[in-house]
Design a protein around this ligand. Structure first.
Ligand code: PLP
Length: 460
């Protein structure tokens, strides 16, 4: 049998899996220990036959596949890996293109350029900004902060790419109290220090308070990087960009926005007021694998000052083609040289949904989240922790941690919907994320019924 038959087997299995999951409950999932037991064994002494290997992989892995593409999956912030994006991603693998340069991968480089322009248009960001196609918002934050570090130090007369951080003018980092953990990772990677930050107090939804932002920025003396966010992971709250961006500009600060999912409010006219003014920032991190529904992994590092972006990331070597004239060199905006050509899946998903489809999906998710919050808050003993503006919501049960965690566990064990816990201001909550295009209002209602049933059982 030819090796190519393995590809057909994989495609058939994938299609059958996705057809099943579309109508399914969250299906029981084998745990990590069971999966280790299934896969463990010594290094195979001899090779095998492609089709049999893929059949074995399907057989062993399927019981441990979490149904995160199903319609009642509300855990973390996870998109649907839409079939169109997956199909484009299959081709990306099959074509085996190295997305690192224009000569090695002409189609991949061109599609990235087009998808980059489409993203800037959809997200209402400046047309001159550069876009790096990375693994996700974690790396996008890192790349944007690397460009920020380069530029604020260059303005202070320091070449960080050449001379590193030892002896550099100290950078002051200003950040909201409810920023995402991955922004701190970026600070850590860049030698900026996760603890060397000035924290701006936030309101009860996790939104930076503009007057506090101004007060903290005014205490800074050296080069400043300010970090805001569109879409707080627990509440969905967006910082008041229209107020803070002019303050950052007046202080000569670089303003970065972590918009892993929330930046997509920009693509939905009925929600764009939530991110008003965000286009005045200097850099933005966002994901494809969340609200754009691309398969993993896919994120975008967007920088207004393309020169700073290239300074921080570009790689040159004698054997690599020089970027021709004004042509976009895909590796100049990311930390890797050889890499997956993520432009194909991004292009395919924007082509699939179109401007109207994206706006409609984002708006539907926001309406579903609000509806779920209202229904849950109507039940005695369930408290909605913050107003629902976007797609994230938090509820707490009986005003107690143990009752809340027990309800989350009960919901997960009932296998009708998947929803996870989170800590918010020292208290455990159930956090619901409506991010999958598979989720409809009817499916959300089934999930709400399951949560209320679970809570009634716990409450007794
Ligand atoms: C606000 C925010 N920033 C950054 C991230 C990290 O994104 P990723 O996991 O795609 O790297 C997330 C993930 O949920 C997020 O919600």
């Amino acid at each position: 049998m030819s090796d190519y038959e393995a590809m057909r087997r994989a495609a058939d299995a994938a299609i059958a899996y996705r057809r099943g999951i579309a109508g399914a409950e969250t299906t029981p999932v084998a745990d990590y220990a069971a999966m280790l037991a299934a896969f463990a064994g010594p290094v195979p002494q001899t090779g095998g036959e492609a089709d049999a290997i893929i059949a074995e992989l399907i057989g062993k892995a399927t019981p441990g596949i979490r149904a995160s593409t199903g319609p009642r999956f509300f855990g973390w912030v996870i998109g649907n890996s839409h079939p169109t994006g997956v199909a484009a991603d299959w081709l990306t693998s099959a074509w085996g293109q190295n997305g690192g340069n224009l000569i090695a991968a002409p189609a991949a480089s061109a599609v990235e350029k087009v998808a980059a322009d489409w993203l800037l248009d959809l997200l209402g960001l400046p047309g001159e900004a550069s876009v790096g196609f990375v693994t996700g918002a974690t790396v996008a934050n890192f790349v944007c902060l690397a460009a920020a570090r380069s530029e604020v130090l260059a303005r202070a007369g320091w070449d960080v790419e050449a001379d590193g951080m030892f002896g550099a003018p100290p950078i002051e980092v200003v950040i909201g109290a409810d920023a995402h953990a991955t922004v701190y990772s970026g600070l850590k990677y860049l030698g900026l220090g996760a603890k060397r930050v000035k924290i701006v107090p936030a309101d009860t939804s996790g939104r930076m308070i503009a007057s506090e932002f101004e007060r903290v920025v005014k205490t800074c003396t050296g080069p400043v990087i300010a970090i805001a966010q569109a879409g707080q992971i627990n509440t969905g709250a967006c910082d008041p960009f229209a107020e803070i961006a002019p303050i950052a500009t007046a202080a000569g600060a670089w303003l970065h926005v972590d918009g892993a999912f929330g930046l997509w409010a920009q693509a939905a006219p009925a929600r764009a007021h939530l991110t008003a003014g965000v286009e005045a920032a200097d850099s933005w991190a966002t994901d494809g694998h969340k609200w754009l529904q691309t398969p993993y992994d896919c994120g975008f590092a967007i920088v207004r000052n393309a020169e700073a972006h290239r300074r921080a990331m570009a790689i040159s070597a004698s054997y690599l083609p020089p970027a021709e004239g004004s042509e976009r060199d895909p590796s100049a905006y990311v930390p890797e040289l050889s890499r997956r050509a993520r432009g194909f899946a991004t292009w395919a998903m924007i082509r699939q949904l179109g401007r109207e489809g994206i706006a409609h999906m984002v708006e539907c998710h926001c309406q579903i989240a609000r509806h779920m919050g209202e229904r849950l808050a109507d039940e005695a003993g369930i408290e909605l922790i913050a107003p629902v503006e976007l797609n994230q919501l938090m509820v707490r049960f009986g005003g107690r941690d143990d009752a809340t965690l027990a309800t989350v566990k009960r919901v997960q064990d009932d296998e009708i919907a998947f929803i996870g816990p989170a800590l918010w201001r020292g208290n455990w909550v159930m956090r619901v994320s409506v991010t999958s295009i598979a989720t409809t209002m009817a499916e959300a209602d089934v999930a709400v019924d399951a949560v209320i049933d679970a809570w009634r059982t716990i409450r007794g």
